[in-house]
Design a protein around this ligand. Structure first.
Ligand code: NAP
Length: 308
């Protein structure tokens, strides 16, 4: 029986690991399908306090990981397949084996959303991706597009101008949702061409099954067109990673875990932190803050149970 299991190694999970490890709870931290979370797919993070010159997302995560390990956090690779809360004990099936814990901190983050078009999942890796940091360098001196109008879309588009000959920024409205500084930066880049009021309605592939163009529909006029390019970078937001917990831990209408009173969920001893529970702020620093709060909530809950 563990004192604390933390699900997730993004900013929320690793901060919870640092705090619970320093509280001598010897947390077990589960690293899932995307260890390190979304920061590992980001470039320079310019808004995390303490880094006036910015810091690479992966480096920030590596530092948090090392800090948690230094204080005694234990790490295990594995995906949570099933969750049960029975007789006050939290049970997790991880890659076929059951683990038990008194307190559980769910910090499993959120995953990129795709458009929902035909053949979309099978085209991932064949000219369709959600990660410019991962795949941008494969598309040198060719045209690409980014779909979306938020900070992610702007960040991806700006990053891709390092490689691509042209970056079309396809957005369904005629103004960007992104923060002004990021919107101004991307629109000022001569390699970026915005395509306003438009939706991608189909991916067109070549004989090798690689994306060669997208079909577009102008949502104002209804006009249809084709845009030749080599890769589509989708940046239209995220879905919370709650698969194993659905129906057991309360969620809101969008599927994000509900917190009531700090980071407590509806189940005693189960806490939620970071993007899995937050569709409002979704920042590295707010996730880290929630990880800290969840660790303190878990520690106090264990003490109140006479467990630590
Ligand atoms: P977001 O702010 O929710 O933006 C999603 C964008 O995708 C919106 O422009 C939305 O259009 C569009 N969209 C949604 N569903 C679509 C669909 N089915 N088809 C076409 N377009 C669709 O998501 P995000 O950009 O990932 O940002 C999430 C959070 O992370 C934000 O709080 C953001 O500030 C933060 N973030 C910060 C940084 C940074 O500061 N470095 C970088 C990345 C993200 P509408 O505008 O019409 O709704």
């Amino acid at each position: 029986m563990e004192n604390v299991i933390i699900v997730g190694t993004g900013c929320a999970g690793l901060t919870a690991a640092i705090y619970t490890a320093r509280a001598n709870l010897s947390p077990l931290v589960l690293e899932g399908r995307q260890p390190g979370g979304q920061l590992t797919t980001t470039t320079a993070v310019e808004n995390f306090p303490g880094f006036p010159d910015g810091v690479d997302g992966p480096e920030l995560i590596m530092r948090m990981h090392a800090q948690a390990g230094k204080f005694g956090a234990r790490f295990q690779y594995g995906t949570v397949e099933e969750f049960e809360h029975v007789g006050g004990v939290n049970r997790l099936r991880v890659d076929g084996a059951w683990l038990e814990t008194k307190a559980l901190i769910i910090a499993s983050g959120a995953s990129p959303r795709y458009i929902g078009l035909d053949r979309e999942k099978e085209l991932i890796g064949h000219g369709l991706t959600s990660c410019a940091t991962c795949d941008g360098a494969f598309y040198r001196n060719v045209p690409v597009c980014v779909v979306g109008g938020g900070d992610s879309a702007c960040e991806e588009a700006t990053f891709l101008t390092r490689f691509a000959s042209k970056v079309y920024l396809i957005h369904r409205r005629d103004s960007l949702r992104a923060s002004k500084i990021m919107a101004d930066r991307v629109l000022a880049n001569p390699k970026v061409e915005p395509v306003w009021d438009s939706a991608v309605t189909a991916y067109l592939t070549d004989a090798d099954g690689e994306v060669r163009a997208v079909k577009l529909k102008n949502l104002q006029t209804g006009a249809e067109s084709e845009l030749e390019l080599k890769c589509v970078f989708v940046a239209i937001g995220h879905e919370p990673n709650t698969q194993a917990f659905r129906g057991k831990v309360d969620t809101d209408e969008a599927g994000y875990l509900k917190q009531s009173g700090g980071t407590h969920t509806n189940l005693p001893g189960v806490f939620a932190a970071g993007d899995v529970a937050d569709h409002v702020y979704r920042q590295a620093i707010t996730a880290a803050g929630q990880g800290c709060a969840a660790a303190i909530d878990a520690e106090r809950w264990l003490t109140a149970q006479g467990e630590s």
